[in-house]
Design a protein around this ligand. Structure first.
Ligand code: GLN
Length: 470
């Protein structure tokens, strides 16, 4: 087997034709993980990987395999797998063992997928570089002096280093797409409500979606097909009737040129323009578009997200989960446990969120941000009457060096192109569109496509053309 070029679809064929077994495939991945331990991608490699692979082989022999049967998959540390530790890369959850399976995990288990381990991430998914993990940063396999992006940095790095064939990430403001772009992987943030959030550690509940990080667009589609579907355990899960069967041919790609100004790296812009030219040569019409309110997306996100964070993270009280520090009374225990257990970025967002939701500021910040969010959704809906998809770079810059982005605001600015899909609930895909030579290393660049709700198929169609597979 050629792990470097292996995809889910190729492995599926090989496994079904018995070219190699799921056990052999799993062994190959486990040995690669051991060799790449210094990248700090995995928080834990499971000790029963081979046992799981044996079960997958039995399913293949019995002819009961699903599309992910025997596929070695890494799972972000914020998705619950029954009976296994789950930490959100936070000290506050040290020792916490998941009492049930997330819905997505149940679905992968039913297919016969093989879980390799839990991937490192920014604490509770807050960050864009994986430097906010309580367990040290992940190194980017393309250049180990650089970050892999975040917050699903361990997941993206596990794909880039061929230490997993597919990975599960979560995306609240770009956490699947941005690390995928920094690591040269494909990352899909699906329509809000298509993939169940049951069993995902909540960050911003109106923004969070679980989704795949893979090596090809086809694999992202295969994985998404397994993950999606109505789940009565998630009240925001879309009903089956929301899934349209109608096919839509993508002809027009809209480019919001007004957003591609200050702060976007020249090499990123160059790659973006070249990719647009290639798409034009394939017959797509590239049109300039205005996206009213898009310039406010970051401001809206960094109000709504911390507000939801502060509410969601109130559950970590030192009593129900993980860390507990004794104090003089209940308030003292809360405060000691939360001060000790949460890292600085998480504390910052809880403080911001609490302030935003406080009586005197709720209207000025939260209510206003919600109104602006509505305007943004309306603006996108209008624009999608004139174009089929919208294209931007995934990130304004290439992967920075570890430690280079020091202040939080500069880090937040990296999310400028990704947060909109979360605010609007629309699906977005990051596809590798080439790389740039920097200091003798090849740094990947990602091209982001956004489509209207439930139109993931449009993203895949253009994605295949960017990959050049058709
Ligand atoms: N980088 C963004 C943030 O820090 C997005 C995080 C995410 O998608 N989980 O909020």
């Amino acid at each position: 087997m050629h792990i470097e070029t292996l995809t889910i679809s190729q492995a599926r064929k090989d496994l079904d034709e018995k070219k190699y077994s799921a056990v052999e495939l799993a062994e190959a991945y486990v040995s690669r993980i051991e060799k790449n331990a210094d990248l700090n991608m995995y928080r834990e490699v499971f000790t029963d990987v081979i046992e799981q692979a044996k079960k997958a082989d039995a399913m293949i022999s019995a002819g009961t395999q699903g599309s992910l049967c025997g596929i070695p998959i890494s799972i972000k540390d914020n998705v619950l797998i029954k009976g296994r530790l789950a930490g959100g890369a936070s000290k506050i959850l040290e020792g916490y063992c998941a009492p049930y399976d997330a819905t997505v995990i149940k679905k992968i288990k039913a297919e016969g997928g093989v879980f390799l381990g839990r991937t490192n991430m920014d604490e509770f998914a807050m960050g864009s570089s994986t430097e906010n993990s309580a367990y040290g940063p992940v190194k980017n396999p393309c250049d180990e002096s650089r970050v892999p992006g975040g917050s699903s940095g361990g997941s993206a790095a596990s794909i880039a280093s061929n230490c997993a064939l597919a990975s599960l990430g979560s995306d609240t403001g770009g956490s699947i797409r941005q690390p995928a772009s920094f690591c040269g992987a494909v990352g899909l943030k699906t329509t809000y409500g298509t993939v169940s959030r049951f069993g995902l550690m909540s960050m911003g509940s109106s923004l969070d979606q679980i989704g795949p990080i893979t090596k090809s667009v086809e694999d992202a589609k295969t994985f998404f097909d397994v993950l999606k579907g109505h789940d009565p355990l998630d009240s925001t899960s879309l009903p089956e009737s929301a899934y349209t069967k109608e096919k839509h041919t993508v002809k027009k790609i809209g480019v919001p040129r007004g957003l591609l100004t200050a702060g976007v790296d020249e090499a990123v812009l160059l790659n973006f323009e070249e990719t647009l030219k290639k798409l034009e040569a394939k017959g797509y019409e590239i049109v300039d578009i205005e996206l009213p309110y898009a310039e406010y997306a970051l401001a809206i996100y960094y109000i709504i997200m911390p507000a939801e964070v502060s509410t969601n993270l109130s559950r970590y009280d030192g009593i129900r989960y993980g860390l507990h520090i004794d104090g003089s009374g209940v308030d003292d225990e809360y405060s000691r446990t939360r001060s000790e257990g949460f890292g600085p970025e998480v504390r910052r967002r809880i403080l911001l969120g609490t302030h935003i939701l406080s009586a005197g500021y709720y209207d000025a910040y939260y209510v206003k941000a919600q109104s602006a969010r509505k305007l943004l959704i309306n603006a996108y809906t209008e624009v999608f009457k004139t174009v089929d998809v919208i294209a931007t770079p995934t990130s304004p810059i290439l992967a920075p060096k570890i430690g280079a982005v020091e202040d939080p605001i500069s880090m937040y600015l990296l999310d400028v192109f990704t947060v909109t899909a979360n605010l609007t609930g629309m699906p977005a895909l990051s596809v590798p569109s080439g790389d740039v030579d920097v200091e003798g290393k090849k740094l990947p660049v990602g091209f982001q496509l956004t489509a209207p709700h439930m139109q993931e198929e449009r993203l895949f169609a253009v994605g295949y053309d960017i990959e050049g597979v058709r």
